[in-house]
Design a protein around this ligand. Structure first.
Ligand SMILES: C[S@@+](CC[C@H](N)C(=O)[O-])C[C@H]1O[C@@H](n2cnc3c(N)ncnc32)[C@H](O)[C@@H]1O
Length: 230
């Protein structure tokens, strides 16, 4: 596990304020987008699903509702503090969901282990998302689905959304008050998100078929999906 990762330190510090920060960065629409991601994963009762880069676990918990207690959802994140919050949410909501601290670029799971995998807001942490996508593909069985959700860099947006995000950015600074490194990290990593067609190409190169995407709210977030080649 890359315990020395700057991401781990930043997210350990952000963890108590992460849900507030995430709400600002998604203009309050993150839950709606995560529900769409859970739907796109198309998980059914009894299936085994991975939520990579799970953070405080919101998407993993939505997936747990779909696989029911007959199946299993595993949420994985590098940050023990984020995972601690995800576990608290699972307990508080009475859902069964396993949360593990691990590096999603070197997952501790056998190949083809899961029926589906999701990754929301995590691949942008990687300098190059391609090996990260390939590692997710490795652990999903042939025919299984993969779903990636990312917010769009404000620089690529025009009009009202760009203006709104410019307005929320200082609020984000306030929410992360006293931690300018964390603020810089959150804003800078959004700039790493590949354009939708580039992410689609990465997914195709990693062995996914039927790759497609849909955008939300005029393009401020993108949901990618594909199926692991049989
Ligand atoms: C922006 S948050 C997204 C959290 C959540 N999925 C959501 O939708 O709100 C990104 C998460 O990725 C985690 N992360 C970054 N690099 C990672 C890696 N190599 N392996 C596992 N988790 C990682 C961070 O600790 C953080 O919790």
């Amino acid at each position: 596990m890359s315990t020395a990762s700057p991401d781990r330190a930043v997210f350990d510090r952000i963890a108590p304020r992460y849900d507030l920060v995430s709400g600002l960065m998604t203009l309050g629409m993150g839950d709606r987008w995560r529900r769409a991601a859970a739907e796109a994963a198309d998980a059914t009762a009894g299936q085994r699903v991975l939520d990579a880069y799970t953070g405080t676990g919101d998407l993993a918990l939505l997936l747990a509702d779909r696989v029911t207690r007959l199946g299993e959802v595993v949420g994985v994140d590098l940050s023990p503090e984020m995972i601690a919050r995800a576990r608290l949410k699972a307990t508080a909501s009475g859902r069964e969901c396993r949360f593990e601290v691990a590096d999603c670029t070197a997952l501790p799971f056998a190949s083809d282990w899961f029926d589906a995998a999701t990754a929301s807001g995590g691949l942008r942490s990687l300098a190059d998302p391609a090996p990260g996508v390939a590692e997710l593909v490795r652990v999903v069985r042939p025919g299984g689905r993969m779903v990636i959700l990312e917010v769009t860099p404000p620089a690529r947006l025009r009009g009202a959304h760009a203006r709104v995000l410019r307005f929320t950015t200082p609020l984000l600074g306030g929410a992360l008050g006293g931690d300018p490194d964390a603020f810089r990290h959150m804003v800078a990593t959004i700039g790493h998100v590949p354009a939708p067609q580039d992410m689609a190409a990465i997914m195709g190169d990693a062995g996914l078929l039927g790759v497609g995407w849909r955008t939300f709210a005029g393009g401020i977030a993108t949901l990618h999906h594909g199926v692991v080649a049989p």
